[in-house]
Design a protein around this ligand. Structure first.
Ligand code: FNR
Length: 366
């Protein structure tokens, strides 16, 4: 179908399912085990209702906000997802260009298909990028990567902490991952025979712990944000250990099945953080990803205290189907939806989006 016929994030997903190579669809769309967490990520938003205010001047709506010091057009970023070239020959560069067009931030994944430098080079001089880090068992590799990223102007280090071992994504495992040269596939220690995820897991250090944080802080001045925090206990530990933020995330339901969705734990996490001495939303930012599919999802997360939200699969599906124009349209659709939601909610700016505007009484009732 024509790109003009894409009216929401789900439309891109339907088209992607039909046009993607089977291994790309399997890798992008899969969640772990029974995919309960994956589905729950979006479903949880259905249990949050809105409390619209009327008779507010909503002629002009301003969605601009700041994330880790960068002014962006809306509280949304493209999160890091591995293997962009499975879906598009230019891979992550497509996301870079669309992020520039729409003035949002792109998080560059450690396991991008394009090289890190290619992705930074594709950005405008004024464009902010973040980086997602898988800590390697060889700390020197990680140190070099982090310091290079900082030198190239990256503004945030998002350390993935929910993947000491990659989840079992069965759809993906059933498809043989054959992107690499055949001789490499012979190597025993790099198992490419059970999907892209198994291939990736060889690089990640399962021994990563809180004890490594002082070291990480010592090698960089970038803000450190832990990506994949799933309890208020760990949210506090991240704060106390000197991180600048967290992403409440279950990795898009691709890691521990039955891990809660980020949006579900957000209210409790914010309550607990607000009780911590020295905490404020300016020195510790809380982000959410997983299942963001509508402007109202963004609104709900902001109302509950998030500084912004990330999208993963929607950007991949838009990229894989319509390239840069697709990703740009996807972001503009979300922008239009958020604008409409803010207007009908009586919230003319992001600062006006407050907790009393959402009803979370049923959020915990599954
Ligand atoms: C991911 N995600 C991810 N996260 C990460 O920290 N490092 C990575 O390499 C990847 N790779 C990856 C690949 C694919 C195909 C997907 C779908 C996801 C997780 C990602 O950053 C994010 O947490 C979720 O994608 C958010 O959920 P939605 O928006 O996909 O529902």
């Amino acid at each position: 179908p024509n790109i003009q016929e894409m009216y929401n994030t789900f439309d891109f997903e339907s088209v992607a399912k039909n046009v993607l190579k089977p291994e790309a669809w399997a890798y992008y769309s899969s969640g772990s085990d029974d995919e309960i967490s994956m589905r729950e990520n979006h479903n949880a938003f259905h249990r949050i209702w809105l409390k619209p205010r009327v008779m507010v001047d909503v002629k002009n709506i301003h969605m601009k906000t700041r994330m880790l010091g960068t002014e962006v057009s809306m509280p949304l970023y493209i999160t890091g997802t591995a293997l962009g070239k499975l879906g598009h020959p230019e891979g992550e560069l497509v996301l870079t260009r669309a992020a520039a067009e729409t003035n949002i931030i792109q998080m560059i994944p450690t396991l991008a298909s394009c090289s890190f430098d290619e992705i930074v080079d594709a950005a405008l001089a004024t464009q902010t990028q973040w980086v997602q880090l898988y800590v390697n068992s060889d700390r020197n590799i990680t140190k070099a990567f982090v310091q290079h990223a900082e030198k190239r102007g990256i503004r945030g280090l998002f350390v993935t902490v929910d993947a000491p071992q990659l989840g079992r994504r069965e759809k993906d495992m059933r498809v043989k991952y054959s992107d690499e040269a055949p001789e490499e596939m012979e190597q025993k220690d790099v198992n490419r025979n059970e999907g892209a995820a198994r291939y990736i897991s060889t690089f990640i250090d399962p021994s990563l712990s809180w004890k490594d944080l002082p070291w990480l802080k010592s090698i960089t001045n970038m803000p450190i944000i832990l990506k994949g925090v799933q309890t208020s206990t760990d949210a506090i530990l991240a704060f106390k250990n000197g991180c600048q933020g967290i992403v409440l995330s279950n990795h898009g339901g691709r890691q521990l099945d039955f891990a809660p969705s980020g949006i579900e734990i957000l209210p409790e996490v914010m309550d607990v953080l607000h009780r911590e001495e020295g905490f404020n939303a300016n020195n510790f930012e809380v982000y959410v990803d997983g299942g963001i599919r509508r402007g109202s999802d963004i609104f709900k997360a902001i109302a509950l205290g998030a500084s912004g939200v990330g999208i993963g699969r929607p950007a991949l599906f838009a990229m894989s189907t319509y390239g840069q124009a697709g990703v740009t349209r996807l972001i503009q659709l979300l922008q239009d939806e958020l604008e409409m939601c803010m207007r009908l909610m009586g919230a003319p700016t992001v600062q006006h989006i407050t907790r009393d505007m959402v009803d979370i009484r049923n959020l915990k009732d599954h």
